[in-house]
Design a protein around this ligand. Structure first.
Ligand code: FE2
Length: 352
């Protein structure tokens, strides 16, 4: 789950009492919200599922939960065990693990992601160690998407992209999952905002349901391009850019769906990644309403690895502001990885 798990940080505002603004409605409150019974309720709600299926988490902005004395992420750090130590990380905010032919890298967007920082140094070491003959698939995940054509959170984590994208590209990351935006979007393979057959497939599945409605506006819709002061991140700087080439050259927003955005839809739902072998993986996105229709799906593609075409691990990174055969005899069981972000839909919330 790529962050924003319980919304315990908004229990008394949009989540619980209908107050639109915490500091306005509760001016004398000494701390901001982090309502622990909400976390407990969420745990009980999730137990039937995660007692059977392992769940790996990474932090989102709703886990920051700022407290007195500068304390943050207390619930996230206390309630979840992640294999940081096992993966050589000194932080619970970024780590890696292997499952079903995939090496997963979970990155933190709300801790230092700069190229001079500890996370970047750990990421580099982790990427060097990946044995693609054992885990041919390399999947990365973090909370806010780098590629996003919705108006909500548009270019919000552009600073993080500019710092880290070249390193992930250099080591041939296959797929990137993110949430944060309350909708679904799948990108064409892209690097540095340019279509690239060796770039990762970026997928935003921030559509697991939440208390804040689904996102419907696209940055390229008439009058919907965010202003420069919109979408400032809750961590890190602002690095908004105007495109330097292509149909949106010189502009902050496109005037149509960008070429790097392959498919987008404003429905709540979830996705399943099935690794077939070292070359093929099947990604399927289901809308919630599809449950009423047999064999219905919102989006489905085979993602194909082409290591012969894209072996560039030794090429130094630089960033400015489907048809290969399986190479392994290992028969991977279908690795079902369900990405259910923002899992608390409003209906479920009332059942907790
Ligand atoms: Fe978020």
């Amino acid at each position: 789950m790529v962050g924003d798990l319980s919304y315990a940080n908004q229990y008394r505002t949009t989540g619980g009492k209908g107050a639109p603004c915490f500091s306005c409605a509760f001016p004398d409150a000494p701390i901001r919200e982090t309502y622990q019974p909400r976390w407990d309720g969420w745990g009980r709600f999730m137990e039937p599922l995660i007692s059977r299926i392992p769940m790996m988490v990474i932090e989102g902005n709703h886990e920051i939960e700022p407290q007195v004395s500068g304390i943050t992420f207390k619930s996230y750090e206390t309630r979840f065990a992640v294999p940081s130590e096992e993966s050589g990380s000194k932080s619970k905010f970024y780590y890696s693990f292997d499952a079903g032919g995939i090496h997963f890298i979970m990155l933190g967007a709300y801790v230092d992601y700069n190229a001079t920082g500890a996370q970047y140094a750990w990421l580099k070491k982790d990427l060097v160690k990946v044995d693609r003959s054992v885990t041919p698939w390399l999947v990365a995940a973090w909370h806010p998407p780098w590629y996003n054509s919705y108006a909500s959170h548009y270019q919000e984590f552009e600073c993080m992209r500019q710092e880290m994208e070249a390193l992930l590209y250099q080591y041939n990351v296959d797929i990137v999952f993110s949430g944060h935006v309350h909708a679904y979007e799948r990108m064409n393979r892209v690097f540095n905002y340019t279509l690239d057959p060796c770039g990762p497939v970026y997928i935003t599945v921030g559509d697991g349901g939440n208390i804040e409605k689904v996102d419907v506006d696209h940055a390229d819709d008439p009058e919907k391009c965010p202003s420069a002061s919109d979408n400032t991140p809750e961590y890190g700087g602002v690095c908004h850019l105007n495109f330097t080439s292509g149909p949106a050259k010189g502009k902050f927003c496109w005037n149509k769906q960008p070429e790097w955005s392959a498919f987008r839809e404003s429905s709540f739902g979830h996705g399943i990644l099935e690794v077939v072998n070292s070359t093929y993986a099947l990604w399927t996105w289901h809308r919630n309403q599809d449950i009423y229709k047999e064999d219905s799906r919102g989006d489905q593609i085979y993602i194909v690895r082409q290591p012969e075409l894209c072996s560039k691990a030794l090429k130094p990174p630089s960033v400015t502001t489907t048809n290969s055969l399986p190479t392994l005899s290992v028969n991977y069981c279908h690795s079902l990885v369900s990405f259910l972000t923002y899992l608390l839909c409003y209906k479920c919330y009332n059942h907790v």
